[in-house]
Design a protein around this ligand. Structure first.
Ligand SMILES: *[C@@H]1O[C@H](CO)[C@@H](O)[C@H](O)[C@H]1NC(C)=O
Ligand SMILES: *[C@@H]1O[C@H](CO)[C@@H](O)[C@H](O)[C@H]1NC(C)=O
Ligand SMILES: *[C@@H]1O[C@H](CO)[C@@H](O)[C@H](O)[C@H]1NC(C)=O
Ligand SMILES: *[C@@H]1O[C@H](CO)[C@@H](O)[C@H](O)[C@H]1NC(C)=O
Ligand SMILES: *[C@@H]1O[C@H](CO)[C@@H](O)[C@H](O)[C@H]1NC(C)=O
Ligand SMILES: *[C@@H]1O[C@H](CO)[C@@H](O)[C@H](O)[C@H]1NC(C)=O
Length: 274
């Protein structure tokens, strides 16, 4: 592989990069390279090579596998009972030279249940209530986001630090002051497991929605009633006192008036007789 003088250095470099001289230059690929599998699930893997006539080929894994199809340049396997994060290795031997390719499997536990509670359900404006959302047995935690919603508006969001590879319970709580309009919406919680960066999809699960009974501050309402009752009673009392006083005056005057008339009459008659 010697470049002719007139082609010069660039061609020499290109030749080095793209025209491998020996037949032993080949590639090994694993597909998919990176994948997420639900705990206990299975996955089809394709090991392939560019070697025209490989001597041997196969896949190394500590998972259970079955061979599905074997062709000259590729072998298809299925791995099953995937229980933990693991590395797969495809290999091919071509003219005494062995090459391999690695693939990563990560296990996930999807959010199967999203449990939300709102406490208390009967709240007075200005008082606080607590929304709690729980997702049992979910992994990987660092790919999980819990979002609390009022209607379709996000109120609170929580992400998590991944601790162990195994499934864990994820939980978030939110302490909120009751607003008047909170009674018009339903509250809900959404768990989102975003596995895109690991070759998967986004898995969403929503809780049941929960309404809230909002009440006006109680003291105000009672106060209004008390004030109304007291003022009615007061005015009744004042009216009756005034009426009593007026009637009493009149009656007294009439009695005194009639005595006055009688005694005046008597006095008059006595004076007439005399
Ligand atoms: C496996 O991969 C090779 C190379 O990419 C491809 O030619 C072949 O069709 C694949 N086999 C399957 C079953 O997808
Ligand atoms: C492979 O499968 C067999 C039977 O199906 C089971 O007993 C064994 O534990 C499995 N091994 C692994 C590594 O999952
Ligand atoms: C597989 O995982 C290892 C470590 O966990 C990482 O270094 C490597 O880049 C991963 N490979 C792929 C193809 O993602
Ligand atoms: C949901 O939110 C959008 C804006 O983000 C708003 O236009 C729409 O009316 C909302 N729908 C409901 C049912 O609240
Ligand atoms: C919620 O917040 C209010 C006000 O900050 C506080 O008084 C109340 O104790 C909190 N409730 C809980 C359960 O943390
Ligand atoms: C809240 O949820 C209940 C039952 O889930 C439903 O009947 C009601 O229409 C919902 N209210 C709103 C405002 O979405």
């Amino acid at each position: 592989m010697s470049p002719s003088g007139c082609w010069g250095l660039p061609v020499a470099l290109l030749a080095l990069l793209f025209c491998p001289g020996s037949a032993e230059e080949f590639e090994v690929r694993i597909y998919p390279e990176q994948l997420v599998v639900e705990h206990g699930g299975s996955q089809v893997i394709n090991c392939s090579t560019t070697c025209p006539r490989p001597n041997t080929g196969g896949m190394e894994t500590n998972l259970n596998k079955t061979l599905l199809v074997k062709e000259t340049q590729w072998i298809q396997y299925e791995v099953f009972g995937v229980s933990q994060n693991t590395v797969l290795q495809c290999y091919f031997t071509c003219s005494q030279k062995q090459l391999s390719a690695h693939g990563n499997i990560s296990v996930f536990y999807p959010p199967k249940e999203v449990l939300m509670t709102v406490q208390p359900i009967w709240v007075t404006v200005g008082e606080s209530f607590i929304i709690e959302c729980r997702v049992p047995d979910v992994a990987p935690l660092e790919k999980l986001t819990l979002t609390l919603f009022r209607g379709n508006e996000s109120l609170h969001q929580q992400t998590f630090e991944g601790a162990t590879a195994g499934p864990q319970e994820a939980m978030t709580t939110y302490n909120r002051t009751a607003h008047r309009e909170d009674g018009r919406y339903n509250f809900s919680c959404e768990a989102k497991l975003d596995l895109k960066s690991r070759g998967g999809t986004v898995i969403c699960k929503k809780s049941k929605s929960q309404g809230l009974e909002i009440h006006e501050p109680k003291p105000d309402k009672q106060m209004v009633i008390i004030i109304a009752v007291v003022s009615v009673l007061l005015s009744l009392f004042v009216t009756s006192v005034l009426l009593c006083f007026a009637f009493g005056q009149q009656w007294h005057q009439r009695r005194r008036g009639s005595y006055g008339v009688q005694s005046a009459w008597r006095r008059l008659r006595r004076a007439y007789r005399a």
